[in-house]
Design a binder for this molecule. Structure first.
Ligand code: GLN
Length: 530
């Protein structure tokens, strides 16, 4: 079933094999027909993760980069949409020279071409490819067919790992293996037989169950890996190691481990377990709900970035989600925010809950509660300042009111053209851009360098026409594009506020457990002081 942790399993397998001294590349094949994840609502697919290249991808790519502690190229991500579009465009251009173009030859050929290209670009010893979706659905069948062909092409170089869930029905209290047996049978019907089974369950899988799975599913018992529920996903690589997964995989490939360097990861996990105290952070935004369930998945990189810095500081983190619409309806509710050590407003789109977010920012500014704004959270911070300090009471963003004459946040010329042409896909300002950080600012104090590279995903910008007035009124633009035109970081001097800072970019995409992001760490340090 979905949500059992294929992404985290893939990433964790990457971590343990990387620790053995191999160059690892992680890839994802997503079954949907969107060309990228950029046009999807977060309620549909969780967070849209942006890579250095600007490709808008699935949140699993974020886990891959966090677990490997490195940037991955765009070639490591493909969707059915991308593959089909390529093949159909090629067919329209007579690229197949009159041949009948067929899914099980030309589409799979294109999938394999992408895999082989990614292997070369990453210069990888081992590539782990996660196939999205679940066993038995139509959507990912073409990827499984490509996988079957890959094994035929390179029999000694390809293994299959299945991640399966073993339920423990409440009334029975016993772990059941039948769904896994059926899933294996289903995979067999595609011509794919798992060599390893990662057995996800509430508890560890005991010897008896391992024997049964091995027997019924036709895998070696040592290849059944126990993957119990954990409090933190960062425990997973250590659990895999405990069950001998990397050793077994290297044996299978007849490879010898070159080193054993899991210590930094292990130390980080131990540090997380021994964290003390409590730092209370409120994340104020739009709630993303589906039915009765709330999807914090939409902000996964923000959560992981906060976690990484809190682990580094040795302090326990307590996150609360606050719906800004509540503050919009009743400003008195803002008072509850005084209980928090820090307030964060993440990225977002549209006008729902905007006034509540702006009131939140006023509250944080006046009460001197550390405030961190990401993308939209920065744009709204600038609007708040324009309204309440500069005195432009109608200050707003083009996104909220396209006809306003006080668009503090506006569209640059190239974006105006794109919107006119209804060019919405992959057309925002996307990916890594350089930024110059001004010395003697809060941002510089965090980064300790003048040249940084950060990832973006937005259409609107601080309007250059208002920058002079905002600066005169005390807002500091401590980060700008190298040509000085685009405002990338806004802050208040620490003489007036302990931490009041927003970034036009998304620093959360570059925060990793083994290298926490300096801005998140600086934010939490201020929160800790409060
Ligand atoms: N909606 C804003 C823009 O497009 C901010 C985007 C974001 O927060 N990622 O500019």
């Amino acid at each position: 079933m979905s949500g059992v942790g294929k992404g985290v399993s893939t990433a964790s397998l990457g971590t343990i094999l990387q620790a053995k001294g191999f160059r690892i590349s992680l890839m994802k094949a997503d079954p949907y027909l969107n060309v990228d994840a950029g046009t999807m609502n977060p309620t549909e697919h969780g967070e849209v993760f942006v890579m250095d290249s600007g490709l808008e991808t699935d949140q699993d790519m974020g886990n891959y980069e966090r677990f490997l502690n490195k940037n991955l190229p765009a070639e490591n991500y493909m969707t059915n949409g991308m593959v089909f579009k390529y093949v159909i465009d090629k067919e329209r251009a007579l690229g197949y020279k009159g041949k009948c173009v067929e899914p099980t030859y030309h589409i799979t050929e294109e999938i394999l071409r992408r895999i082989e290209l990614a292997v070369r670009i990453n210069d990888a010893d081992i590539t782990i490819i996660e196939v999205g979706g679940t066993a038995g659905e139509y959507q990912n069948a073409i990827f499984l067919e490509a996988a079957r062909q890959l094994k035929i092409k390179h029999p000694k170089d390809v293994i299959f790992v299945m991640v399966s869930y073993l339920p423990v029905p409440g009334k029975l209290g016993e772990m059941k293996t039948k769904p896994t047996q059926n899933a294996v049978r289903q995979m067999n019907s595609y011509g794919v037989h798992p060599d390893f089974i990662i057995a996800r369950s509430e508890n560890s899988v005991d010897k008896k169950r391992k024997e049964k799975i091995a027997n019924m599913c036709g895998v070696l018992m040592e290849h059944v890996i126990s993957a119990p529920d954990v409090n933190s996903i960062y425990d997973v690589p250590l659990n895999f190691e405990k069950d001998g997964l990397s050793k077994e995989i290297l044996n299978f490939f007849e490879l010898k481990s070159k080193q054993n360097h899991l210590k930094p990861w292990r130390d980080m996990v131990l540090k997380a377990h021994s964290a003390k105290g409590e730092l209370k952070i409120a994340i104020v935004g739009k709630y993303f709900t589906t039915g009765d369930y709330m999807l914090s998945d939409a902000y996964i990189s923000v959560i992981e970035a906060l976690k990484a810095s809190s682990i580094d500081l040795g302090i326990k983190l307590s996150l609360d989600w606050k719906d800004s619409v509540v503050y919009e309806r009743d400003r008195k509710q803002l008072k509850e925010l005084s209980d928090y050590d820090g307030i964060l407003i993440p990225g977002g789109f549209g006008s729902t809950g905007i006034e509540g977010m702006i009131s939140t920012i006023t509250y944080a500014r006046e009460k001197k509660i550390p405030y961190f704004g990401l993308c939209y959270g920065m744009q709204l911070m600038v609007i708040e300042y324009a309204r309440n300090v500069l005195g432009l009471s109608r200050a707003t963003s083009h996104e909220i009111d396209p006809s306003s004459s006080t668009q503090i946040i506006t569209l640059m010329h190239d974006q105006k053209m794109k919107l006119k042409q209804k060019d919405y896909g992959a057309s925002m300002r996307l990916g890594a851009y350089p930024c110059s950080v001004a010395k003697e600012t809060l941002a510089y104090r965090a980064y300790k360098q003048e040249k940084i590279l950060e990832r973006h995903r937005h259409r609107y910008e601080v309007n250059p026409e208002f920058v002079g007035d905002l600066e005169k009124a005390g807002l500091v633009f401590s980060g700008k594009s190298p040509d000085g035109i685009l405002m990338e970081i806004a802050e208040l001097s620490q003489k007036v506020h302990p931490f009041f800072l927003g970034t036009q970019f998304h620093p959360e995409f570059l925060a990793r457990p083994l290298s926490p992001h300096p801005l998140f760490s600086e934010f939490l340090r201020s929160a800790l002081k409060k």
